[in-house]
Each structure stands twice: as structure tokens, then as C-alpha cells.
Design a protein around this ligand. Structure first.
Ligand code: 3H9
Length: 692
């Protein structure tokens, strides 16, 4: 064995050279990998004893892409293009032997080999779109030549992976190896030599492009198909343009289009935000005072208290990954209703072809309902998901304390209440934690994990791992009203209310937030949640616009009216009645209504969120600014191409935000606008949240 670089080596066995990449954790195409491949290929071509080359990877995966940590730095030779050209132009067959995931630049590398074999677990994808990019090493031109334009469109605009069988079906691999991959790939190489199979380059293949050439509406139909999902994102459209170039232009001209659009994306703010978010998401899993080797509590059975919307959705997460769940309700009728909704949700998913009818049964069978809390005695984790009432929650936790087995994790799904207070009624506060799921709980990716003052590290570690197991992204936060996500929402709602009193209308404020990239505006969100959350009919005295709306029966989407009017399909339209109510409120408050610019609406909704984020950091409620961003992207649909509120703040500049807040403070005389000391300090030092 010869070391090519510290990330690659070369072995020759009976005329077959094996280049092995070893660059943990994911064999990214770092400089040493590129150099290793380039030098290895050169040596193999110069060595008459070598008849064919196998490119394989050590560790858990084939090459998972370019090394993202090298992006933005000075280019390091050799470049990926030159390395791949050498491979594609080699006069001896090169065979990629793929296990794990061949992603991005990794798949592009494989596409420049003459043949590809894989093991049965291998997966393939071009996920650059998730980084705000497009495949920049020929993938946009080669993938459509192998799998056809339509499949390439699906894969490249979604970043979705395909498995080995689908790859074989689509011609992306020539063979799936039974048994050991290395031996299988060597045997495949021998066959190529023995049968003298000619070397073809994917760049020269045209046959799979023909059906797209015969279908002039393919691209625009596809654009309309993904429009809603990709609203605001640049990269999906640029990926489409590259595939159009692959179909309509000669290979080299297509490559030139790819280069130009890749560079444009790479130097733009969206990709910067999405690359930042890639690492932010992975950072969130790291808890400084909870080391990776902290022991974990095995979780084999979960209890859920409450079969309502939240309890049902939470239970589905466990059933989806094969964990048995015991749901507890107080009334048979509520239990039956809850279990019925779960079954219906699964049936709907099956009707869309996403799971099989058998999956529906398996998952429903994993969920057992009962009226007896004592059935929770053998659960390893119990999640309380009843409505937000501290007294009720305390009562439940007191009871749980006497029922749950020693060491069981006792969690509350509260979205705002004090976990320490809940824990205080038990004799084991170290076992108590907040697991705040977001609605719909079976869909939203975020799990806000709330540590109390004395929550055990083993409990935290177990919940972080559990989140990954149920395919959630967890963010660990401390106790304060609303935790991180909802606490940041509060000041935005305050300003949204102020804006409608001063001159804007709900749909105008909402439009600004929607155009910014959020899935919905402040008032649409209130209508969806229900205006009567926390509203009390007995004490309501028409003091706020919300009071008046609730008193009039306008309690949001569920009643067909709230800030908006709704049709039977729940489509909103601005309400003249609500406008009247708002105008009356302005008059009563002596406010002379004025035209408010979209810029002002945006600043007044977003900057207070950033300011609250700064306070949260100062208080140590969030571990890092990027955790706040992960919370808002995965919990509230903040557009990932803007990174999250804290990244967005950095992209504007904290000095500009502080200055704008002071301007509003001066104009209104309201201390609401006082910038957080942390933000002021960073602004004065010319720094951003990223520098903390
Ligand atoms: C590209 O290829 C552009 C090209 O077109 C060429 C243009 C010229 N680079 O996710 P995990 C780190 S763009 C550097 O927790 P898993 C990651 O940060 C790239 N580092 O593991 C983490 O570090 P840490 C296209 C990377 O098993 C560690 O590896 N490719 C890279 O859950 C483990 O990661 C992609 O977008 C990278 N490319 O999942 C694929 N990838 O331990 C991105 C990972 O310090 N990667 N790291 O936190 C993935 O999707 C997942 O990492 C993968 C493994 C599925 C591979």
C-alpha cells in the first residue's frame, strides 16, 4: 500500500489498482482527497501493470460532497474539475465502488468514473440545492444524461436521495454487489477487462435527453409544480436552468452555464445563509456541559397524556419509528376521537402513496389507548400534553411521581409554562424536562427541549438522542416564559397590533411578512391558532381588538372568522367588519392613522424579534445564536435562505439595527425599543452574533 496523501492511498492487486479515500467523518472532497485521486490516477495510467482502477472509500460512506468548510476560502489546487477531467479522460477503466451516501461532489466524482457499482444500502443524491447551490462539478450536465431530465429535475430541486435499486433501474449504477463491496468491485473490474468492454464517457451520451427534447412544456410544468414549495429560493430555479442547458446545448456550453450560475449562487446571500444553517443545525446537537459519553436512559416505551391534537401528533412520531406508545385520556369519548384522528391521518398519508396500508396497521397497533394512568408504570418516557394550565399540570405530575418507574423521564409539552415549578411537585425534579413539540407535532421538525434548574444530564442526553431517533431537530433551551421560540414571537405580535392601530390593516402587515418569506403573517397565525387561546369570556371587557373579535364569535379559522373572513375552504379574505373595529379602536385611543411603509412594517415586526433573541442570549436561555435560528427555521418556517433571525441581523449589521431601534424609541418614547445591551456592545465593537 502506498500513501498518496494523508487522505488517500493506493494498492495494486493482480493488475487492479485500488484508490482508497479516508477522510472522516464523511470523506468530503478536501484538498488532500482531490490530490490523492489526481496523483493516484496519474500513477495508475503510468504503470503498465495496472489494467483498471477501483475508487472506494474507507469508513461509513462514499464521498458525501465537496468540503463545505473550504467554501469561501482561497482555492486550493488541484481543483475538482481538473481532477474529474483526468478521471473521465483516463484510458484505463475507473470503477466507483459506492457505499453509504454518494452526495453532491461525491456523486459527481462517481459520474466521472466509467462504471459504478454499489452495495445494497448505498444512496445517491445531489443535495446542493439545500445549501443554496447547484452541483458545480458537471453534475447538472451528467445526471440528466444518465437518468433523464425529469428524474434529474426531481432529484436536483429537492436534494432527495435515491436508493441502490432505484439507481440500478435508472442506470446510475451498473451493478449492486452482493457481499463485500471491495471484492465485488474488483471482480467487476476484471470482468470489464476480460470482456474488453469499451469505456464510455457520460458527457458523450445523449439518448436519455431525447424525451425532454420532445416535451417542450416539461420545464415550465415542473416550475409550476414546485412553485409553492420553493417560493423565494433562487437555487431550485438555477438548477432547472442548468438541466435545460443540458437538454438544449452541447455538453461544454452546458458546463459553461453551470459554472456561471454556480458562481452566482455561491457569491450570493442565500447560499451563505443556507451553508451557515447546515452547520447551525449540527451545532445545536452539541451541549457544552453534557459530553457525548454521558450515559443514556434507554427509551423503549413512551407514555403520552392527552389524546388531543398535540398528544395525537406526538404519539405518531413514536409509532412512525416503531416505538410503542400508551396514550392516556380521562374520557372514553375523547380517547376514541383522538385514536380515530390518528388512524385518519395515517390513512390520508397512505392514500397519497407515502406509506402502505400495512404501515397504517403496524403504526396504529403500536398505539394503545387507555383511561388508566397506572398503565404508564412501565414507560421509560412520559410526555404530558394537556392544555396550558399550571394547576392541572402540577396535579398530573404529582400523580405521575407516584406511578412512573424510577428513572423514567417525565416531560411536559408546555409551550410557555415554568418547568421548574412543574418539577417542584415531584420528588424527582432531576427527571423532569420540557419537550415542546410544534403543531402539527407529527410534521414540524423542531423539538424545543427545556432543561430545568436541576434536570439531570442523563435526561438531557437521552432526550437529545431520542429527538434524533424520532427524526426531529432538537434545540436545548432554558426556562423562561415562552422559552426561545414563543418568547421571540411575543414582541412581534405586540408590534403587529401597534401597526394596525397606527394605520396598517392586518392583511397589509401579513403580506409584508409573507413576502419576507415566512409561511404566514402575524394575523393569519393568530387566526390559525385560535384567538381565544388565553382569552376568558367572563373577564373579557372589550379592552382589546382581540376581546371584541372573540366576543363577536370571531375566534379564528375554526369559527370561519377572525382577523379575516374565511370561506368553506378556509381561504382568507380581508374583513370590512374587522377594519371598522380597528378604526374605532384607533379613534378611541386618539391615534391619527397614517400610511405606513412596508419597510417600517418589516423593521417593526422583525427587529424586536432580534432584540429579544439578544436578551435570550444574554440570559443564557439559548446556548448560541445559531440555536435561536434553528428554532425559528424549523419551528416557525423562517425562510432558511435568510438563515434565521440572528443570521439575518448579522447580514444587515447590528449597528444598523441598533440605530433603527433607537430611532423608533425616540419617535415613540417607548422603552420597548431599548436595544439589548449585548446587541449594543457587539454593534460598538463592529461585531455580529456570529462572533460570540
Ligand atoms: C458540493 O458537493 C458542491 C459540488 O457540487 C462541487 C462544487 C465545485 N463538508 O450530518 P452529520 C460534517 S456541496 C464538510 O452529523 P450524518 C458535519 O458538519 C456538498 N463537512 O452526519 C458533521 O461535522 P461535526 C454536497 C461535512 O451521518 C459531520 O460531518 N453534499 C460535510 O447524520 C457528520 O455529519 C452535501 O450537502 C461536507 N460536505 O449524515 C452533503 N458533510 O461532527 C452534506 C458533513 O463536526 N452532508 N460534514 O458536526 C450530509 O448530508 C450528511 O452529513 C451525511 C451524513 C448524510 C453525509
Amino acid at each position: 500500500m502506498t500513501a498518496l496523501t494523508d487522505m488517500a492511498d493506493l494498492t495494486i492487486e493482480d493488475g487492479i489498482a485500488i484508490i482508497t479515500i479516508d477522510n472522516p467523518p464523511v470523506n468530503a472532497l478536501s484538498q488532500g482527497v482531490r490530490q490523492g485521486i489526481k496523483d493516484g490516477v496519474e500513477q495508475c495510467l503510468a504503470d503498465d501493470a495496472v489494467q483498471a482502477v477501483v475508487l472506494i472509500c474507507a469508513g461509513r460512506t462514499f464521498i458525501a460532497g465537496a468540503d463545505i468548510t473550504e467554501f469561501g476560502g482561497p482555492p486550493k489546487e488541484p481543483g475538482l474539475h481538473a481532477t474529474l477531467d483526468d478521471m473521465e479522460n483516463a484510458s484505463k477503466p475507473i470503477i466507483a465502488a459506492i457505499h453509504g451516501t454518494a452526495l453532491g461532489g461525491g456523486l459527481e466524482t462517481a459520474l466521472c468514473c466509467h462504471f459504478r457499482v454499489c452495495d445494497a444500502g448505498a444512496r445517491f443524491g445531489l443535495p446542493e440545492v439545500n445549501l443554496g447551490l447547484l452541483p458545480g462539478a458537471g453534475g447538472t450536465q451528467r445526471l440528466p444524461r444518465v437518468v433523464g431530465a425529469e428524474k434529474a429535475l426531481q432529484m436536483m430541486t429537492s436534494g432527495a436521495q435515491i436508493g441502490a435499486d432505484e439507481a440500478l433501474e435508472n442506470g446510475l449504477v451498473e451493478d449492486i454487489v452482493d457481499g463485500e463491496l471491495r471484492a465485488g468491485a474488483i471482480a467487476f473490474a476484471r470482468k470489464i477487462i476480460d470482456e474488453n468492454i469499451p469505456l464510455t464517457k457520460i458527457r458523450d451520451r445523449e439518448e436519455k435527453l431525447q424525451s425532454a427534447r420532445d416535451n417542450p412544456t416539461l420545464f415550465n410544468d415542473f416550475r409550476s409544480h414546485i412553485a409553492r414549495k420553493t417560493r423565494g429560493f433562487l437555487a431550485p430555479e438555477y438548477n432547472i436552468q442548468c438541466i435545460e442547458a443540458a437538454v438544449n446545448l452541447p455538453f461544454d456550453e452546458g458546463m459553461a452555464v453551470e459554472r456561471k450560475l454556480f458562481m452566482e449562487l455561491m457569491s450570493g446571500p442565500q447560499s451563505a445563509a443556507q451553508q451557515y444553517f447546515f452547520f447551525a443545525e449540527r451545532q445545536a446537537a452539541k451541549i457544552p456541559d453534557v459530553p457525548a459519553d454521558t450515559p443514556e436512559i434507554p427509551i423503549n416505551k413512551v407514555g403520552v397524556i392527552g389524546a388531543g391534537t398535540m398528544g395525537g401528533g406526538i404519539s405518531m412520531n413514536m409509532a412512525n419509528v416503531g416505538i410503542p406508545v400508551e396514550i392516556i385520556e380521562t374520557q372514553q369519548e375523547a380517547l376514541d376521537r383522538g385514536l380515530g384522528v390518528i388512524r385518519m391521518n395515517y390513512a390520508n398519508t397512505a392514500a397519497k402513496g407515502r406509506i402502505s396500508a400495512e404501515d397504517v396497521e403496524t403504526r396504529c397497533n403500536l398505539i394503545n389507548g387507555s383511561l388508566d394512568m397506572y398503565n404508564l408504570a412501565d414507560c421509560d418516557l412520559i410526555i404530558e400534553a394537556v392544555f396550558e394550565n399550571m394547576e392541572l399540570k402540577k396535579e398530573i405530575f404529582q400523580k405521575l411521581d407516584s406511578i412512573a418507574k424510577p428513572g423514567a423521564i417525565l416531560a411536559s409539552n408546555t409551550s410557555a409554562l415554568d418547568i421548574n415549578e412543574i418539577a417542584s411537585v415531584t420528588r424527582r425534579p432531576e427527571s423532569v424536562i420540557g419537550l415542546h413539540f410544534f403543531s402539527p407535532a407529527n410534521v414540524m421538525k423542531l423539538l424545543e427541549i427545556v432543561r430545568g434548574d436541576v434536570t439531570g444530564k442523563d435526561v438531557i442526553k437521552s432526550c437529545m438522542s431520542f429527538a434524533k431517533r424520532i427524526r426531529k431537530t432538537a434545540v436545548l433551551v432554558g426556562v423562561c416564559p415562552g422559552f426561545v421560540g414563543n418568547r421571540i414571537l411575543f414582541p412581534r405580535q405586540t408590534q403587529a397590533q401597534a401597526l394596525i392601530l397606527e394605520g396598517a390593516l392586518p392583511h397589509e402587515v401579513d403580506k409584508v411578512l409573507f413576502d419576507f418569506g415566512l409561511p404566514m403573517g402575524a394575523f393569519q397565525m393568530s387566526d390559525l391558532a385560535g384567538l381565544d387561546i388565553g382569552w376568558n369570556r367572563e373577564t373579557s371587557n372589550s379592552e382589546t381588538i382581540r376581546d371584541v373579535l372573540c366576543e363577536a364569535g370571531r375566534r379564528g379559522q375554526k369559527t370561519g372568522a377572525g382577523y379575516y373572513d374565511y370561506d368553506e375552504k378556509r381561504n382568507p379574505s380581508p374583513s370590512s367588519r374587522v377594519e371598522q373595529i380597528i378604526l374605532q379602536f384607533s379613534e378611541k385611543a386618539g391615534i391619527e392613522r397614517r400610511e405606513i411603509s412596508e419597510d417600517e412594517m418589516l423593521e417593526r415586526c422583525i427587529y424586536p424579534m432580534i432584540n429579544e433573541g439578544a436578551k435570550i442570549l444574554e440570559e443564557g436561555i439559548a446556548i448560541r445564536a445559531s440555536d435561536i435560528d434553528v428554532t425559528w427555521v424549523y419551528g416557525y418556517g423562517w425562510p432558511v435562505y435568510r438563515g434565521g433571525p440572528m443570521h439575518y441581523a448579522d447580514s444587515i449589521g447590528l449597528d444598523a439595527i441598533v440605530a433603527t431601534m433607537r430611532k423608533y424609541q425616540e419617535q415613540t418614547g417607548d422603552d420597548f425599543w431599548e436595544p439589548a445591551p449585548l446587541m449594543v456592545r457587539l454593534a460598538e465593537e463592529g461585531k455580529g452574533f456570529k462572533d460570540l
